[in-house]
Write a protein that binds this ligand. Structure first.
Ligand code: FE
Length: 343
């Protein structure tokens, strides 16, 4: 954050934040002059996935996008603590449940925008316009092509098939991606059926739950297990490097669980109009391919080209459950996973 561009009252806040060491800054970005038009983004999405997009915006419009990256939880607390004095115009998250929480806490402002409403399908944005999905993230079964016949798979329930006893890898239930997936399964199947399904998954585990999806895929590729549950972009990243090539995604016929990365304008944005223009730019056809493609994700906007790496995975039908359920049922999902013994 550039101190030079801040008003005295903001300067005080900035000093306090620097002292407590919140967030991170792009160390190589030049200090903007006070006359440079700019917006400020608090981002849970990692720097390598946003910096090229923000730089493209600066080239196209002259507007500099400054950013701070941290966990969604930390950024929500920071926004709440800063209140009306926040320098942030936008909150960018990688989970619908986290966006829902930020909106529930009154940290995001409702906006109406014909461009955003036309570009982002209704189930991938807040009904009140406080946040909008920017890319879709599919979380689904992956399997070893040399050891599993995909004809044996019939949905997420298949991870609990007794035929796969001792052959399944899962990531920890502490990860919000799994919590959101279970929350949305509860909406679709009911609590009882979801708990039975999750118990069957746990009974099939080959190893204790993994800390991250990449580790899980590499273990699967190495033969520690034959099936897993991951976000497909982690597979895309490995495939782009020529790794884990025998691991492949399976998309269930009943619909694939989809979460979003997305953003909302903060309740006290110093530059709400500039923030809205930036959001509308992010869902334009030309930008959607890059925003999603940088991380092998799926655009929210229809008719946008996919990264060639993930195009090979084939098309899937997204689960039509509104992603807001990920937030509304998160506590219920966490309790269910705990009862089912998913560590
Ligand atoms: Fe991720």
């Amino acid at each position: 954050m550039s101190i030079a561009s801040l008003s005295p009252s903001r300067l005080l806040i900035a000093s306090v934040l620097l002292l407590v060491g919140c967030g991170s800054e792009p160390s190589d970005s030049p200090q903007p002059s006070s006359s440079t038009p700019e917006i400020v983004v608090y981002s849970e999405r990692r720097e390598p996935l946003i910096e090229p997009i923000f730089e493209r915006y600066r080239r196209e419009t002259g507007i500099r996008v400054r950013f701070v990256t941290d966990t969604g939880t930390a950024l929500i607390e920071r926004l709440a603590a800063e209140g009306a004095r926040t320098p942030a115009d936008l909150f960018l998250s990688v989970d619908a449940g986290t966006l829902w929480l930020a909106a529930e806490r009154g940290l995001l402002a409702p906006v109406r925008s014909a461009k955003l409403e036309a570009a982002v399908p209704a189930h991938l944005r807040d009904p009140e316009g406080r946040w909008f999905g920017l890319s879709q993230r599919a979380r689904t079964i992956v399997y070893a092509r040399d050891r599993v016949d995909p004809a044996r798979l019939s949905g997420l329930e298949s991870l609990g098939d007794p035929a796969f006893r001792g052959r399944v890898c899962l990531r920890t239930s502490k990860k919000v991606y799994n919590q959101s997936l279970v929350a949305m399964a509860i909406e679709r199947l009911g609590e009882e059926a979801t708990e039975a399904m999750v118990r069957a998954w746990v009974a099939n585990l080959a190893a204790p739950p993994f800390a991250d999806d990449t580790q899980l895929i590499l273990s699967l590729a190495a033969g520690q297990c034959d099936l897993g549950l991951v976000n497909t972009y982690y597979l895309g990243r490995l495939h782009a490097e020529g790794r884990a090539t025998q691991v492949w995604p399976y998309f269930p016929p009943e619909g694939t669980h989809v979460n979003v990365s997305g953003a909302g304008i903060t309740a006290h944005a110093p530059r709400p109009d500039a923030a809205l223009a930036f959001l509308e730019w992010l869902v334009s056809p030309e930008v959607q391919a890059d925003f999603a493609g940088l991380n092998f994700e799926y655009p929210v906007r229809e008719g946008v080209a996919l990264s060639p790496i993930i195009e090979r995975y084939g098309v899937f039908r997204p689960d039509p459950v509104h992603v807001v359920v990920a937030g509304k049922r998160q506590a219920q999902a966490v309790a269910l996973m705990d009862r089912a013994g998913w560590r």
